[in-house]
Design a protein around this ligand. Sequence first.
Ligand code: ADP
Length: 256
Amino acid sequence: MGMDIGSTASKCVIMKNGREIAAQSVVPLGTGTSGPERSLEGVLKESGLSQEDIALTAATGYGRNSIPQAKLSFSELSCHAKGACWLFPAVRTVIDIGGQDVKALTILNGRLDQFVMNDKCAAGTGRFLEVMAHVLDKELSEMPELDARSKNRVDISSTCTVFAESEVISQLAQGVDICDLVAGIHRSVARRAASLVKRLGIIEPLFLTGGVAQNSGVVRALEKELGLTVRTDPRAQLAGAIGAALLAWEQIREEE
Ligand code: ADP
């Protein structure tokens, strides 16, 4: 079992023989909440297994050291590298956009090589998108569709989340089209991720992980910003949990 206990969401997967996902669960509540327990209960229920049936549990993420069931813990970087390689074996560069941070890493021979990250500021993260969706009175799931309808994207000039929020409120007050604002918000996230990954140096193919990968508006904006194809997977938010499960599986194999 792999558990990725993030700042914003708790993810859990059970993997069978290190090859297939037997059960998966995402609860949109992070460390310090009922999220970890609920995601654990979710996978056990889906698989019909009990904790005693699990050979080994490994945790990753911000809250990885607060999980009593986890006998192992691994860094988010190693787990995202491992999980991304499992989801998309050809991957050479990974961008992970999570709830409160953004990471970019390169992969060499299936393992983490170099990395850069921003965990100092909410701009460019899932939190930024959540704040903006709230200001616009929209659900996160509605954002890609609104973006797709934009005809005249607005440029959000503030880099800070708090100032960008004021900027969006004042644009709304001026009657700017909400679709154009959403497209501007997605571009702002894409620009931050692009500048981070450019510091690292991109090797294609590039794969996007983290919860924000579910937002096709951000994926498209990132493609435009970088001028290349950004690949992802519907299970991209589970990349860290998958990586933790695979590292636990490797540990079992080594001990055999
Ligand atoms: P962490 O590991 O830091 O807790 P995740 O990688 O799980 O974060 O990503 C959480 C973020 O994913 C949220 O802040 C949110 O912006 C985004 N997200 C989650 N579900 C969706 C969705 N259905 N559509 C778009 N964005 C989503």
